[in-house]
Design a binder for this molecule. Structure first.
Ligand code: GLY
Ligand code: MN
Ligand code: MN
Length: 429
């Protein structure tokens, strides 16, 4: 494994958080992601299903986790089924997890081969009344491809039609929002690697470099530091491209006098960093760029202070909108009259700041949690206001990752240069 796995105690704790909320006489079943195909015999790099990973630490395809806290026999209370390995598989695909390794990673004593799953489940059928099934209920997800969890749900409900079904997601959408210290440590490592990448490109960017060359520098730094990939498709957007919110082509040349927006993050052990910085291609901000940049920075700092236990993303985003409104008036982009006449459902600031301010961050970049949920200690959020002025070919977003704490929020990105003067000094040095 390229990364250092978290200690098994994390997964033992996560499972206990889940099982505590299960109904009586119930089992829960979680499947890994599929190894996704491309075409012919090609495959995409494997990325683990994050619920299975959260509950087991197992980062291998074709794995199943079964939880049955009230099973009569202790060895059936937690079971892990993994792909059988043998010498031939080891020659072609490299080593797969042995039962001992899977046990050590997950803290689950009963590890069996995948081929034993159906029989094991059958032997438990008389003992349970309810099965918790997993599905993708993420608010922003577009679910078009059938997952292993979905295939299993179809198989199970056909084979055992008279058991009660419960959804695992309502539980997971609560427990995954609060990060334990071990999870925060994994996130910190993803952020440290991201910081190294960002500092590397601060020395690399100059007029004439291509956006994809910046991407390549970042990937080099990430992979050299035991990240396996970008946490999400990186956005390296110079000039006008920064106003295209999901610009991922990264194909243009960075020109003298422009800014380049970088929305980037490294993955580490399946945890994700999410950073945005904007820097001048020639190393010096113009007066106008600095004005807009500092307006975004003020909004970001004010927003960070509003991420407090008890607030909700919905209420918070409305308040951030008001601060943004006054900054946009200050920049001459909105007038007070426009603001007075605005439709409350479509506030005027949205012309320049059209996305949300924050999302949960963790094993998924847009991690679990609903916008009306109360903020709590241990939640991790991004804070990412932006101003996008198409007429000026200028787009600025600043994004940090924050842990909520009633002793004062922790900015996990506080070491990553953000002030205009810091950025200029790093680029000059
Ligand atoms: N990079 C994805 C986001 O900022 O939400
Ligand atoms: Mn981002
Ligand atoms: Mn983000």
């Amino acid at each position: 494994m390229r990364y250092t796995p978290a200690a098994k105690e994390l997964y033992i704790l996560n499972r206990s958080k889940f099982t505590k909320q299960m109904a009586d006489h119930a089992i829960a079943i979680f499947h890994s992601n599929d190894q996704m195909p491309t075409s012919a015999d090609g495959t995409m790099p494997f990325i683990q299903q994050t619920d299975l990973f959260y509950l087991s630490g197992i980062d291998q395809e074709e794995s199943i986790l079964l939880l049955f806290p009230q099973a009569k026999e202790k060895q059936y209370r937690e079971m892990l089924f993994i792909k059988e390995t043998n010498e031939e598989i080891a020659v072609w695909e490299g080593e797969k997890l042995s039962k001992v390794e899977a046990r050590e990673l997950s803290g689950i004593s009963t590890v069996m081969w995948l081929s034993q799953f159906e029989d094991a489940l059958k032997s438990l059928v008389p003992q349970f009344e309810t099965v918790y099934l997993n599905s993708n209920e993420h608010l922003r997800a577009k679910v078009e491809v059938e997952t292993r969890d979905a295939r299993f749900a179809r198989w199970f409900t056909t084979k055992y039609p008279y058991h009660k079904i419960e959804r695992s997601q309502p539980i997971l959408h609560q427990i995954r929002t609060i990060k334990s210290q071990t999870e925060i440590d994994q996130l910190k490592e993803a952020i440290n690697i991201t910081e190294k990448g960002f500092k590397r490109v601060l020395k690399f960017i100059k007029p004439g470099v291509m956006e994809y060359e910046i991407e390549a520098e970042l990937l080099h730094e990430f992979i050299s530091n035991r990240s396996r990939r970008f946490a999400f498709q990186p956005i390296i957007a110079s000039g006008y491209n920064a106003c295209v919110l999901h610009y991922i082509e990264n194909k243009n040349v960075c020109r003298d006098g422009e800014l380049v927006l970088m929305d980037i993050g490294a993955e580490y052990g399946n945890y994700n960093a999410d950073l945005t910085r904007c820097v001048p291609v020639n190393g010096r901000f113009t007066k106008r760029q600095k004005e807009v940049y500092n307006a975004v920075l003020r909004v970001q700092r004010a927003a960070m202070d509003m991420l407090v236990p008890g607030n909700t993303i919905i209420a918070y985003h409305k308040e951030v909108g008001k601060i943004m409104e006054s900054e946009l008036i200050g920049l001459g982009l909105l007038t007070r009259t426009e603001v007075k006449k605005q439709d409350v459902n479509q506030p005027a600031y949205k012309k320049y700041f059209m996305h949300g301010t924050s999302h949960h961050l963790g094993l998924d970049v847009h991690d679990y949690g609903y916008p009306d949920m109360k903020m709590k200690n241990g939640m991790v959020f991004t804070v990412e206001p932006g101003i996008y002025i198409r007429a000026e070919k200028l787009g600025i977003r600043l994004e940090n990752d924050i842990v909520i704490s009633d002793k004062g929020n922790i900015d996990l990105m506080k070491n990553i240069p953000i002030e205009v003067e810091e950025i200029e000094a790093w680029m000059a040095g």
